[in-house]
Design a protein around this ligand. Structure first.
Ligand code: 5MM
Length: 335
């Protein structure tokens, strides 16, 4: 088994998933504004340190995606953040894209940037202790989008990124996120997501990326948030599996979903059903941001000194999702 595949299997072992704590400063500021906490480097660190030292980091969270600011910070006890995460039995990871910018040629769409100087940055992150990385491409669904240009150019960037990351002996998380925002049907989400993922793998193969040494981070197949035709959770699960079966090569071992704006319980319930019906060899787990942190952030904002209370809320969500990743979750556990 390859060194990279070992990392994938370790991160996703026994229902473990990934905590996406890689909000850029702008996004984190919005999250903190929403709960009326000033967005200072100290407060951003304080919330994150609280999560990273919770007991579920050992039992449920196989990896944490960090942002550049956080990977270079130290805890109040002068422990480097990647060291804290490793000491809890989890793997530190890092977001390496520099954000989604206007796509020349199709200005209503986005292209993710960050390839210039990436090899050098990766070497630095490896030295800081990163075992894996993340890059997110974003696609919107409308009548004309995502365009061939956006599908092609984002897939190309994701593949170039992945090849560089593997060269530096880390696991790339490949995140092509087809957004939930819009009026589209689940059928359209299915078709567009399939097209996007197939193109990503075409490019990954062209760039000689070892598919056993990546983690795919896709969206689930959902109707748009403004659609009148919502589908059931059972249908979400079955369509998601069908889409991945038809578009992901069987060499891939690890898949970890994003939550994409679903509520915490919805994201857990859908993951549970996906695992209930999973008839593939893919490990299907989670790499959630909002669906793991929302309640914990709300609780913390009321009293940022209450570390234990915040950790209890976070541990519960992590545990629910780890159960869901093994198809062992049920609603009564939520009360
Ligand atoms: C944590 O949020 C990440 C977005 O950061 P920026 O937009 O600030 O760069 C995002 O990539 C996240 O990792 C994934 O979308 C998964 O998060 P959700 O909340 O969709 O599960």
């Amino acid at each position: 088994m390859s060194e990279l595949n070992n990392i994938v299997l370790k991160i996703l072992e026994k229902g473990k998933g990934i905590l996406a704590a890689d909000e850029s400063t702008g996004t984190m500021t919005q999250r903190l504004d929403d709960v009326k906490v000033p967005s200072s480097p100290e407060n951003r660190l304080s919330f994150r340190e609280t999560l990273f030292s919770a007991s579920s980091m050992t039992d449920c969270i196989g990896g944490v995606i960090l942002y550049d600011e956080t990977i270079k910070q130290e805890t109040s006890k002068k422990i480097k953040i990647p060291e804290l995460i490793s000491s809890m039995g989890s793997a530190p990871g890092i977001k390496v894209d520099t954000g989604a910018k206007v796509l020349a040629g199709s200005p209503d769409e986005k292209i993710t940037e960050g390839l210039d100087g990436l090899r050098e940055r990766l070497k630095e992150y490896y030295k800081l202790g990163a075992k894996f990385t993340k890059w997110r491409g974003v696609y919107t669904i409308t009548k004309n989008f995502p365009s061939k240009l956006s599908i092609q150019s984002n897939a190309h960037a994701l593949a170039r990124y992945s090849a560089l990351v593997q060269e530096c002996r880390m696991v790339p998380i490949v995140e092509p996120e087809v957004l939930m925002e819009g009026e589209h049907s689940a059928k359209e989400c299915y078709e567009k997501t399939s097209e996007v993922i197939k193109k990503c793998f075409e490019e990954l193969i062209l760039h000689k990326v070892d598919l056993k040494g990546i983690i795919l981070k896709p969206n689930m197949i959902l109707a748009g948030n403004k659609s009148d035709n919502k589908i059931t959770n059972e249908e979400v699960a079955k369509l998601t599996i069908k889409c991945l079966k038809n578009s992901v090569p069987s060499e891939v071992t690890g898949i970890a979903f994003l939550s994409g704006g679903q509520s915490e319980i919805e994201a857990t319930e859908n993951l549970n059903l996906i695992n209930k019906y999973n008839d593939t060899d893919f490990i299907m787990s989670y790499s959630y941001g909002r669906a793991l942190q929302q309640s914990a952030l709300k609780f913390w904002s009321k009293n940022i000194e209450d570390i234990e209370g915040t950790q209890k809320v976070f541990n519960h969500r992590a545990k629910m999702n780890t159960l869901a990743a093994q198809s062992k979750w049920f609603k009564d556990l939520e009360v």
